[in-house]
Design a protein around this ligand. Sequence first.
Ligand SMILES: Cc1ncc(COP(=O)(O)O)c(C=O)c1O
Length: 380
Amino acid sequence: MAFKSKLPHQEISIFSVMSKLAQEEKAINLSQGFPNFSCDPILIDLVRKYMVEGKNQYAPMPGLAALRQIIAHKIKSLYQVDIDFEKEITITAGATQAIYNSIQTVVHTGDEVIIIEPAYDSYSPAIKMCGGIPVAYQLNAPNFKVDWDELGKLISDKTKMLIINTPHNPTATRLDEDDLQKLNDLLADKDIFVLSDEVYEHLVYDQQKHVTLLSYPELYKRSFVSYSFGKTFHATGWKMGYLVAPPILTAEFRKIHQFTVFSVNTPIQHALAEYMQEPNNYLELGDFYQKKRDLFLEAMNGCSLKPLPSAGTYYALFDYSEVSDQKELDFAKEVTRKFKVATIPVSAFYSQKIENRVLRICFAKKEETLIEAASRLSRL
Ligand SMILES: Cc1ncc(COP(=O)(O)O)c(C=O)c1O
């Protein structure tokens, strides 16, 4: 039967391509962004406990009150911001659904949405699915800093939304107070919504602090802010996350949320609500991953791939311009085949496939995996 594709130019995700190749080549897979170690057994026991207790039916549509309350408490204690858990927090099926529904909530056919590339791959298709037009602002190696004046030049009378992501996947950079203040000033007199994707909020290194959009009241009024339990609690396969947005936007968001999933996994929501009573369960995450980053960088010392700074997320970029002038995808494939380590070409995160000769590795892996991968890469 003939049909018209809604995403006619959508390619297979680079993660599937590189993971498949990693499997075929029996390579260490540092491409996809998930841990190869298990999540806390206490959390698993809590999920089991609530399943056995019979918490297996639909949760309330916005999410369990106890979970939303503890999230509001976390936001207050970390960022000194008051969030009304009833009206401003919705539990979602991963950050992906929070992102998708936020875009659906405000973007109409013909609206433009500014994204900052290289960009996480779900933004653009979500914009296109509601007839919107992604407009890319391009970050450049090696600093990948946003020039807010340049970005401002992309704003038109069709711009409906701007998407930021901090800490940033794939460049491992983060926005600081100056960036958020500039964003605040840029949008002050404009009717433009913001989606701030903050799934790596706890993965910030070197004594820095995550700067959240929630701390900017004027920006927050127009914003959707997405988070992921998967990233925070080493359980990406559970697809659990949440959205924080002001009451008027949350009300509209929930109209869509209730007809995409209605509500998400009940026993896991109960388990998370109890597990988050202990703040160290998320506060220790930065140190935990910083140790992995440092271990990997140390093991890569002397390798001809040159690391760029990793200020946040569980990724690091490596510049290979001294080793090869191949395109990133070709080089990543060659490294997988010859050295048995799979990485991600950053060009895949640009709509125009911009080449900076950098590869992204994910260091959310066991120590022995990181050491073995570094030893293989050192032969390059
Ligand atoms: C920047 C960014 N946003 C959102 C997500 C998706 O999060 P979740 O797995 O909770 O849907 C990811 C996952 O890699 C990500 O890197």
